[in-house]
Design a protein around this ligand. Structure first.
Ligand code: MN3
Length: 388
């Protein structure tokens, strides 16, 4: 069997590191073509020693020299900046893993569609900010899209959406985050540290905050809408605190299929890397006797606005999902800097949606321009209102 070549965009983040871990243990199956990271030059160097890619990119140009020195004599091409990250996607590979966080992942991921047989997608912004545009590029290409987000990966495993079928709806499961049971009084007092403690999943800071605000689930509604070509009212959300059922497909004959596994991101990543075959994986199995019972509940009424807004921005269409994403990204940045309160995040998003015009999106440049404008407006609004 010949080795499958892999490029990882964003190899030092949570999804990227888990992918590296899988490749490391499956060297007879995969060989690494490229790795890239925004800032983490030390981990990127370590990963490069280990996987010996042909090319490595550091997005932050100031770190180029350190990386170049670290990899001296290793026969690895070292590049930097946005152009460098793009260069990592210029050669044909079997698999691309797109795990850059944020809108920065859009251009390189779009480029990798042209040059990959299979795209394992973790970057949410490709679908949230550019959904129809992104899916058009996928349909035009020969690239097979596999979602890595555990919910969408589950739905992908449960049904082939490219065929005519009888799917009535899908149910995305949500852990509910750390504030699942908080009333408004308690929510008013939560700190950054409280929000960073996710009950089930170990993830990056941005997505952990998005889980606490339920914005992550809101984005997943938008992702599912584009990925599986569903109608808005076909996408449901249920809180399932055990995070063992990763999502469900509800068929028109009254049957519901669910996908179960331990909450470990390596499971969906491993599935996607090996697809269309299923391989043996030495990883924790679920023990139903230990789990004993599954519970389901409605999302916290004090946090449900995020989910309601996802349906609203999808109905509005145009640039609204993009504005939704950008305003959140800026607000979360301020929250991580401890400059605003947890509940301010949602108020800022609502404010930006209420003052923004709805633009048509015709090109990738439109996306970057609107994102830039909304970013400036959101920063201005926060700086004025909170007066730092
Ligand atoms: Mn998810």
């Amino acid at each position: 069997m010949s080795l499958k070549t892999i490029s990882i965009l964003g190899s030092t983040g949570s999804i990227g590191s888990n992918t590296v871990d899988i490749i490391k243990k499956n060297r007879t199956k995969f060989s690494t073509y490229s790795l890239s990271s925004k800032n983490n030059v030390n981990l990127l160097s370590k990963q490069s020693f280990l996987l010996k890619p042909k090319i490595v990119a550091i997005q932050n140009k100031e770190k180029y020299k350190v990386l170049k020195n670290n990899l001296f004599g290793k026969k690895i091409k070292v590049v930097a900046g946005d152009e460098g990250v793009i260069e990592c996607t210029n050669k044909k590979v079997d698999i691309s893993v797109a795990s850059i966080v944020g809108i920065a992942g859009l251009k390189p991921t779009l480029n990798s569609i042209k040059n990959s047989s299979k795209l394992c997608l973790a970057n949410k912004e490709c679908l949230v900010t550019a959904g129809s545009f992104f899916m058009k590029q996928i349909f035009k290409s020969k690239c097979k899209l596999l979602p890595l987000d555990s919910e969408h990966n589950a739905i992908f495993q449960l049904n082939d959406f490219s065929k005519i079928n009888n799917v009535e709806s899908i149910t995305l499961t949500a852990s509910g985050g750390p504030f699942r049971k908080y009333n408004l009084q308690r929510l008013k007092k939560v700190t950054l540290n409280d929000a960073l403690k996710h009950p089930n999943w170990k993830m990056g800071n941005k997505i952990t905050i998005d889980s606490a605000t339920l914005m992550n689930k809101a984005f997943e509604i938008i992702e599912a809408y584009y990925l599986f070509n569903l109608k808005i009212n076909q996408i449901k959300v249920v809180v399932h605190p055990e995070s063992i059922i990763h999502s469900m497909v509800n068929f028109s004959d009254g049957s519901t299929s669910a996908l179960l596994s331990d909450h470990d991101m390596r499971i969906p990543i491993f599935y996607a890397l090996n697809w269309p075959s299923r391989e043996y994986y030495k990883i924790k199995r679920i023990d139903l006797f230990k789990i004993k019972k599954f519970t389901f509940e409605k999302p916290n009424i004090n946090l449900i606005q995020s989910i309601n807004l996802a349906y609203y921005v999808l109905k509005k269409g145009g640039s609204f999902p993009l504005i939704f994403n950008t305003a959140n990204e800026v607000a979360v940045k301020f929250f991580l800097e401890k400059k605003i309160h947890f509940l301010d995040i949602m108020n800022i998003i609502k404010k930006m949606l209420s003052v923004s015009k709805n633009y048509k999106i015709n090109s990738i440049n439109d996306i970057y321009n609107i994102d830039k404008e909304v970013r400036i407006l959101t920063n201005e609004y926060i700086n004025k209102k909170w007066k730092f």
